[in-house]
Design a protein. Structure first.
Lengths: 375, 938
């Protein structure tokens, strides 16, 4: 099945691994969970020799073990889980993995936008059917959240803080009373209420850069446990993430490319330098608009690989990587370009000098050309 | 009394074989693992078989403290050898007067044998109540006929061996996570920490491995879970075997040639040598003694280990000549955590565990008589520490196998306690601005239990509780000053800061507290105290004010004046102070190492300041000023003043001339107001300075390294104090000659010289003005004109009467200099004036204000004084009226004879005719007047 999909959801992609884990799982499972909390953690963080399993489970999310544990435990409790962090820190991926491991369904997602309405959280109507047959459960279109309630699985709400406050507050009753009333229907058969089944919970994600746009109400805040996902700054973990995710993305394009370790180093080092400079910047004008997250790095690398695959010599080079980096990060003219120009001349140039500077020299040239083209 | 508990070595044989077999199966017979594992068992055998009973401890471990309390109660040893620097022993008695945690401190400022840049040296050994060493100390000091012998290397050796050791193992993780408070964590300053039983994996990978597989985040947490809790209720034999085994494990799993290991081994040799010396000299029966040392040292393999060893005693190196001073300083849990790289809150948690265990087991620990305690006494403390069931019996060999066989038994955290924590935390969170409710308490409880389950623990640990609390209560922002993690720390014990009691303070500190008593403040409180001194109405507070000013000088911001000032000759009538003597007890204690009273310390410091190799006349004058200010006139001032004279005479540079001038002026101004007038040294200083600066003046004018500011200050000294110097016998000719010898090249110096010549009446003002006009008129030198003006501005210091002239020249410069010269010069002028001659600017501005009009319209009509036409010649003097004038007019012969002698023209003034219309009328028609005169004459 995965072959026919551009991007298979986690439960499809790792179906075989999940089946196996379910078969060996003898731990206590809360509600209708398919895996016990320990196995959920193991599925996400990967196995070790000490776990004593017959097969290896790969690591799928890279970060502190405590975050995963706190997230899993929150889902087993009465509250919803809100993953909050900078863009590109892997919040949505963690949410998807959690849903896939717990209930084998990570697709019950509502995407929060400025245009999201309460209908999309609760239910809406098939107007033609209502006109023809009147209001009934058959004419009702349940939202993904309501479907999750009915099935006792995990529902997801992406970018919660992008939707307006009144829409957000529709979640309050869902999270406290665990049912949705449908006043349009007759209450005789109990049809006017949809009760959540055991196992239902909600994973929301919020972008910490959006703070202040649509702040959560206190009532909603207290129905969520917040888990803050930090930007990965550990170089080793970051290299792992970039390698893992890029390989996965390229597999989608049926491209098998080995990223040379030196280029990966250059990429990570450049991002680390740019982050340090952003941290020391005095104003927003001296800071790149990009959050410089791990996801951005993956984007840059993927872009570079695709470019060299289709327009280059099929081999990733520092030159292409530099153009891709400039192209991805230069969003505002002239602020971002000025910062990149400064970075290229103040940091990359010294690095390219001397005996160690081999690939950095190509990187320097590529970046200069790209900046010149965009300027 | 029980004898040594060491069992026969054979008891551990099966375990050794089991471990060896397991190791060979996993790693192969040629691997190092079998040796390490079986070596561990051998170490345990060896340590336990030692004739002198070895008690292995880990620092700040409640399990160790508990086992120690029990063992002491059971064995009642007569001699205790403790792993603490031997030179700290005299301090231990003073612990009675303190509230723990405090630190024993060795401190040195005057170094001999160490690099001078290491000063000041400070070595601290912090003590908490929940530690085995404190139990041993309390038992030994309060039990008659028990001797406590400290056997570890002295503080001096700690520093001597410092270079051989690796960098201290400060833990970056410990700094990263919100430390309780920086202030409390910094209580030890930059001291070297020594502690009994520091135990930590020898290299980073091992620690990372243990943390990873223990599913914990910090070493303290691992230790708590895998060692501390299982050993809390263990019997003595299990405790000893397990501790030695862990010590041995860490000893064997460390870099083979680590410098640190070499130092540790030397320490062990040191300790065993000291122990043997003591046993031999006192004739103590080893069976009645106890050696308390870190678990790491219990598994030692040095040749001097054990009483049966026949190795030569370790040659103990000589101490350096450094004079060490000893005292107690306050410490805190967070300071200890920062010093030893423990997880934030680890020591607080240990303290909480200790008091909980005491209550639960209804034990009374040893406590020094008279000691103040930081917490309420446990109500249930009814019985003395006694061994748990099955205690330290003689029988039974291998206790390690059961200990290793079973997984760690979870701690005794019961549901009630966890519930209590949840409720209290929510209350605390509400007080700190969180919108937390009972629902949160329930959620924290539930999450704690779930997290513990997920982490494979039957019951939540305090660390699980903390994680759960953060998950459930922490939202996107922290509403107050403290976040949830810190609130948890407060709840689970909180930071505790010790205080050194009055009696344990050095004499100086006690003296300070006594003398400040009239203020009526609690000076030992940790909060800042505000003192209000109404000196006009309560003159008895004047000594307090004097003392506070001295403390201000010596301790800086520990005492801070909010209102009131002290300057030479001036005294405030009201003062207000912020005092932080309780919080900054360490600073006061360290001051106490320097002397017995504050006055003595200040005197020493002042005397030292003027004897330093780099002391100058300026520093000596500063010392004089401070001595006058804080200690009053007296012999010290005279001594310092004489030193200032000697220093001035010996100086070959004039770099500090501005400072010297300013200070001596201030001092002379003060002395003029006193009844006695300037003292002898001040007179000598002025005469010496006059001669000194006269001598140096010609070279200073030409020396490129001497700035105009310095030359101006020299001239200022010479002209400003001229009257005083001449009165004391100096000769003005010396100055005139010196000025004539000056031939500066630089424009600013030249301007200064002209000013000096003007002051000496060698150059009148019109001539000076003419020279400047020539400069401005000459296109070749006009570019240098600004520098002349700068020189004139500097000359305001020695020749203040030149101010109108300087304004004139500045005005001329602005008016006539081309922009290309003027514009770059202006900012430089302002910067230079601000930096070097800030006090001259007001003079200049005032003068300019006098010269130029205040309003814009008046500016157009302005004719500056120097451009105004010379005032018309004064009207001829009218003949002097009165009898004298009449006499002269009547008898002109005498005057005319004199003028003939003097060869002057003779010209008598005639009375001018009256001007105005009346006069004209009388002149035109004299007849009336003449008729009238005739009538009158007639």
């Amino acid at each position: 099945m995965t072959d026919n999909l551009l991007r298979a959801p986690a439960e499809v992609k790792y179906a075989e691994e999940l089946d196996w884990l379910e078969s060996v799982d003898d731990g206590p499972k809360p509600f209708s969970w398919r895996l016990s909390p320990k196995m959920v953690r193991l599925f996400i963080l990967g196995s070790e020799r000490a776990d004593g399993l017959d097969r290896e489970i790969s690591q799928k999310w890279f970060g502190d073990r405590a975050f995963v544990e706190r997230s899993v435990v929150t889902l087993a409790s009465d509250r919803g889980l809100l993953l909050i962090g900078d863009p590109g820190t892997g919040k949505s991926w963690l949410a998807e993995l959690l849903s896939a491991a717990i209930c084998r369904n990570s697709t019950l997602v509502v995407q929060g936008t400025a245009g999201t309405t309460e209908d999309q959280i609760k239910y809406s109507w098939n107007v033609a059917q209502v006109i023809a047959q009147g209001q009934s459960r058959e004419a009702m279109i349940p939202s993904p959240i309501m479907t999750a309630m009915e099935n006792g699985v995990i529902g997801r709400f992406e970018e919660l803080t992008r939707s307006t406050s009144d829409v957000q507050d529709a979640l309050i009753s869902i999270l406290s009373e665990k049912y949705v009333s449908i006043p349009e229907l007759d209450g005789a058969d109990g049809e006017n209420t949809v009760f959540a089944k055991p196992g239902f919970s909600l994973i929301a994600t919020a972008n910490s850069r959006d703070r202040g746009v649509n702040d959560l109400s206190s009532a909603l805040k207290r129905r969520f446990n917040f888990v803050r996902v930090p930007v990965v700054t550990n170089k080793r973990s970051e290299a792992e993430i970039v390698r893992f995710r890029t390989a996965e993305l390229l597999r989608r394009h049926r491209i098998e490319v080995e990223v040379p370790p030196t280029l990966l180093d250059i990429l990570l080092q450049s991002f680390a330098d740019l982050r340090a400079s952003a941290a020391n910047a005095a104003s927003d004008d001296e800071r790149l608009e990009s959050a410089l997250s791990t996801a951005e790095q993956i984007g840059v690398l993927e872009d570079a690989v695709l470019h060299s695959q289709f327009f280059g010599e099929k081999e990733l080079g520092a030159h292409t990587l530099a153009s891709s980096l400039v192209g991805s990060l230069a969003r505002r003219t002239p602020e971002d370009l000025a910062i990149l120009n400064k970075f290229w001349h103040g940091v990359v140039e010294p690095r390219s000098e001397g005996e160690q500077g081999g690939p950095w020299r190509d990187f320097l040239d590529g970046g200069r050309e790209a900046i010149a083209t965009l300027s | 009394m029980a004898g040594p508990v060491a069992g026969p070595a054979g008891g551990l044989g099966p375990l050794r074989e089991r471990l060896r077999a397991a190791a060979e199966e996993f790693a192969g017979p040629d691997d190092a693992l079998p040796e390490i594992l079986s070596g561990m068992v051998e170490d345990v055998d060896r340590a336990l078989a030692e004739e002198l009973e070895i008690f292995p401890v880990c620092h700040h471990s409640p399990a160790s403290a508990l086992a120690m309390a029990r063992r002491l109660a059971e064995k009642r040893p007569r001699v205790i050898y403790l792993e603490l620097p031997e030179d700290l022993a005299p301090l231990l008695e003073e612990l009675r007067n303190c509230r723990l945690p405090v630190a024993l401190q060795a401190f040195a400022t005057e170094l001999d044998g160490f690099p001078a840049d290491w000063a000041p040296l400070s070595v601290v050994a912090p003590l908490t109540e929940a530690s085995a060493e404190y139990q041993a100390i309390a038992y030994a000091l309060d039990t008659p006929d028990v001797e406590l012998v400290l056997v570890d290397r002295s503080a001096d050796h700690v520093l001597q061996w410092r270079e051989r050791e690796d960098a201290p193992d400060a833990d970056p993780a410990a700094d990263g996570e919100g430390r309780e408070s920086e202030e409390a964590a910094g209580l030890h300053g930059d001291a070297f920490g020594v502690g009994v039983g520091r135990l930590r994996p020898g290299f980073a990978e091992l620690e990372a491995h243990l943390l990873h597989h223990g599913k914990v985040r910090h070493w303290s947490e691992w230790w708590d879970q895998y060692v501390e809790q299982p050993l809390a209720g263990a019997d003595y034999r299990t405790y000893r075997q397990a501790m030695v085994m862990i010590g041995s494990l860490f000893r064997r799993l460390r870099p083979e040639r680590g410098a640190r290991l070499a130092v540790d081994e030397d320490r062990e040799r040191y300790m065993w040598t000291r122990i043997r010396e003591h046993l031999a000299s006192s004739g103590t029966d080893p069976a009645t003694a106890l050696h308390v040392c870190g678990a790491f040292h219990a598994a030692s393999r040095v040749e001097q280990f054990g009483l049966a060893s026949e190795a030569e005693p370790f040659p103990i190196p000589e101490r350096t000549g450094t004079a060490w001073r000893y005292g107690l300083i306050p410490s805190s849990h967070s300071a200890i955590e920062a010093q030893f790289g423990l997880a934030p809150g680890a020591v607080s948690l240990a303290a909480a565990t200790w008091s909980r265990t005491l209550t639960a087991e209804r034990l009374t620990p040893f406590r020094l008589a008279g000691q103040r305690t930081g917490r309420k006494k446990p109500k249930a403390a009814k019985r003395a520490a006694a061994p748990p069931a099955g205690g330290a019996g003689e029988a039974g060999g291998d206790r390690l196998t059961p200990f290793l066989d079973r997984p760690p038994v979870p701690g005794a955290l019961d549901e009630d306690e966890l519930r209590g924590w949840c409720v209290d935390l929510v209350r605390l969170a509400r007080r700190n601005g969180y919108l937390a409710s009972t629902a949160d308490a329930i959620a924290v409880f539930e999450t704690s239990v779930l997290l513990a389950g997920l982490r494979g623990r039957a019951r939540p640990t305090p660390y699980d509780f903390e994680d759960a609390a953060v998950t459930c209560i922490e939202k996107d922002t922290v509403p107050g000053k403290r976040d949830v993690r810190r609130l948890c720390g407060m709840l689970l014990g909180g930071d505790r800061i010790g205080t050194v009691g009055y009696d344990a303070l050095p004499p100086l500190a006690r003296d300070v507290l006594d003398r400040l008593e009239p203020l009526g403040l609690n000076l030992t409180a940790r909060t800042q105290q505000r003192a209000l001194l109404d000196l006009a109405n309560r003159p008895e507070l004047r000594p307090c004010s004097d003392l506070l000013w001295m403390l201000r000088r010596l301790l800086g911001d520990v005492v801070r004046p909010v209102m009131g000032d002290r300057a030479l000759g001036g005294r405030a009538i009201q003062e207000s102070w912020d005092l932080a003597l309780g919080r900054e007890q360490r600073a006061l204690v360290q001051l106490g190492y320097e002397g017995v009273t504050v006055e003595q310390v200040l005197e020493q410091r002042l005397r030292r300041a003027v004897r330093e190799p780099d002391a100058t006349a300026a520093t000596a004058l500063k010392a004089v000023e401070e001595a006058l200010l804080y200690l009053g006139p007296g012999r010290l001032v005279d001594d310092l003043g004489s030193r200032a004279v000697a220093l001035l005479a010996a100086e070959r540079t004039v770099d500090q001339a501005p400072l010297v001038l300013r200070r001596i002026r201030r001092l002379l101004a003060y002395y003029r107001t006193t009844e006695a007038g300037p003292p002898h040294w001040a007179e000598t200083f002025v005469t010496t300075g006059y001669a000194h600066y006269c001598t140096l003046l010609p070279t200073a004018f030409t020396d490129e390294e001497v700035g105009a500011r310095q030359v101006a200050a020299m001239l200022g000294f010479l002209f400003g104090l001229e009257g005083f110097a001449l009165a004391l016998g100096c000769d003005r000719a010396q100055l005139e000659l010196a000025v004539r010898q000056c031939h500066p090249v630089e424009p600013d110096r030249t301007a200064l010289l002209w000013a000096a010549e003007h002051r000496l009446d060698l150059l009148p003002l019109p001539a000076l003005r003419e020279r400047c006009a020539e400069l401005l008129a000459n296109p070749l030198v006009v570019r240098a004109f600004p520098r002349y003006v700068s020189g004139f501005v500097q000359a305001l210091e020695p020749v203040p009467s030149l101010a109108p002239f300087v304004v004139e020249q500045l005005s001329g410069a602005f008016g006539r200099l081309p922009d290309a010269v003027l514009l770059p010069w202006l900012p430089r002028l302002i910067m230079t004036l601000r930096r070097e001659a800030a006090e001259l600017l007001p003079v200049l501005v005032r003068e300019a204000g006098r010269t130029f009009p205040g309003a814009l319209p008046a500016l157009d009509a302005l004719v500056p004084p120097w451009e105004a036409p010379p005032a018309t010649a004064p009207a001829r003097a009218t003949p002097v009226a009165g009898p004298a004038g009449g006499l002269l007019a009547a008898h002109p012969a005498a005057c005319e004879a004199w003028t003939a002698v003097l060869d002057l023209p003779v010209e008598w003034a005639r009375a001018a005719p009256s001007a105005g219309p009346a006069g004209a009328l009388v002149a035109a028609h004299p007849a009336t007047a003449e008729a009238l005169a005739g009538v009158l004459a007639g």
